[in-house]
Design a protein around this ligand. Structure first.
Ligand code: FAD
Length: 442
């Protein structure tokens, strides 16, 4: 017996629209609250729902890419937004890029005409009392609602910026010039250290200062503070600032010459596969091509391939592993779910995926009281699993990357082969799972 309570969704963006559709197609009545067109965040421009606020790309369609695996799963689960994206595709090489106007318009029509969805065009100022509720307000909610969110999750668990360091492909690092170690610890393999001599360091700082930066939007000007200052800003303070900050060599001895290097860039593993490293403390606002040019001046990274560039931008999100269960329901409040960027996942397709996961979980709770957790080997499950297993202190929103998938049982040295096997395994596990639960929510 289905409990047909109305589900309230705050935010008619990517996550909110996907969630609304998934519930409505299962005949659950939805009230979708969207403040547009009366009020818009500083990044939103269109009057339509499901607006792509920056790029028009929903990432790679290459079969051995992590975004493709996620999109294939979303399509298998009848994702409205991915279906519409395919129907509004524009030529863009290997990526799924769309005509953004057509994309948003098409989704707006489907959502507004759906017999089980009512769109209320009004700003929500406070978290409503009514549940079930999905909070999908995106990265830039208005101040009143942000305040109310802080009260709901605890102000210490609500963050207001992204400070992302670049990530480098492990296969492109020069291991002959780097060495393992942690400051003041013997025999540690915690960090891979990339040493620079005086000349290399000074050239690096000079080029860092010359490099072109992303212009800050007016609403982003206040986001930097000392703990996450971009390295180019730190470098402005003096030639030695970085050597006493993120490029500090103290406590490290280069086994190649038995000396402390002049400066060091530390790389930290991104995952247990050790196939990617992040540049510790290298949050930056440089343009991507400039990051590529300047960071390759670090001798060990001369031939580096960056799988993600550093970024800093205004972005409101919660400390998801602390606040949410893998079903995206709050640990402390029954029937309140989060989805999209506010739930601590970064990117368009991740917003769509979390919209879908939250909706299926609301539906499942209403129908049988159970949580829907996809197998960790699937892309959807790997996002849920990340929440469950994250133990670090500073949570940063995550993208769908191969580092989220559990390693393969069998060793596979060739990256292309490894990725192919991970993709095959994800597809098999998803379909096994769907067969098992068929007739319940799918
Ligand atoms: C400046 C910026 C640029 C980005 N660029 C990209 C990019 O190029 N590619 C990418 O993959 N990701 C990008 N992202 C990250 C992320 O993918 C997008 O923010 C994405 O739109 C998130 O989807 P969402 O559904 O969570 O939020 P949104 O799509 O922003 O939807 C949230 C909706 O909620 C509404 N809303 C908010 N508060 C209320 C309220 N109180 N009452 C009623 N309605 C409300 C808003 O009007 C909005 O329509 C960017 C993020 C930012 C901040």
């Amino acid at each position: 017996m289905i409990n047909k309570e109305k589900v309230h969704i705050i935010g008619g963006g990517l996550a909110g629209c996907e969630a609304a559709y998934q519930l409505a197609k299962r005949e659950i009545p939805v009230i979708l609250h969207e403040m547009k067109p009366h009020k818009k965040s500083p990044a939103h421009k269109s009057d339509n729902l499901a607006e792509l606020i920056c790029s028009n790309s929903l990432k790679s369609e290459k079969e051995d890419s992590a975004p493709y695996i996620l999109k294939r799963e979303l399509l298998q689960l009848d994702s409205l937004l991915i279906k519409v994206a395919h129907s509004c595709k524009v030529p863009a090489g290997h990526s799924l890029s769309v005509d953004r106007e057509k994309f948003s318009l098409e989704i707006t029509k489907i959502i507004e005409r759906h017999p089980h969805i009512s769109v209320v065009s009004k700003e929500v100022k406070e978290i409503p009392e009514k549940v079930p509720l999905i909070i999908a307000c995106g990265p830039l909610p208005p101040p009143d609602f942000q305040k109310s969110l802080g009260e709901l999750v605890g102000n210490d668990f609500l963050y207001f910026f992204d400070a992302i360091s670049p990530i480098v492909d492990a296969e492109t690092i020069d291991y002959d010039r780097s060495f393992w170690g942690a400051r003041y610890e013997e025999n540690s393999t915690d960090y891979l250290n990339c040493p620079l001599n005086k000349e290399e360091y000074e050239t690096f700082v000079k080029e860092l200062l010359r490099a072109e930066r992303h212009p800050l939007k007016s609403f982003e000007k206040d986001i930097f503070f000392e703990a996450c200052m971009p390295i180019e800003k730190l470098a402005e303070r003096g030639i030695d600032t970085l050597r006493f900050g993120p490029m500090k060599p103290k406590g490290l001895v280069n086994p190649l010459d038995g000396k402390m290097p002049y400066a060091v860039v530390q790389l930290r593993r991104e995952n247990n596969l050790t196939d990617a490293f992040n540049l510790v403390g290298f949050q930056t606002n440089l343009k991507y091509r400039e990051q590529d040019r300047v960071f390759k001046l670090i001798p060990c990274l001369k031939n580096a391939k960056f799988t993600r560039y550093g970024q800093m931008h205004k972005n409101t999100y919660i400390n998801a592993p602390h606040i949410l269960k893998p079903s995206l329901e709050m640990k402390s409040r029954e029937m309140i779910f989060f989805a999209g960027q506010i739930s601590g996942f970064e990117g368009y397709i991740e917003a769509i995926a979390t919209g879908l996961i939250s909706a299926l979980n609301v539906y499942s709770k209403l129908t049988c009281g159970k949580e829907i957790i996809f197998p960790p080997e699937t892309a959807l499950g790997s996002l849920q699993n990340y929440l469950k297993n994250f133990t670090g202190k500073n949570y940063q929103p995550i993208n769908m990357t191969f580092s989220l998938f559990p390693p393969l049982k069998e060793k596979e040295k060739k990256k292309k082969e490894r990725r192919k096997k991970i993709a095959e395994r994800a597809w098999e596990r998803l379909n096994d799972y769907l067969n098992k639960v068929s007739g319940t929510f799918f």
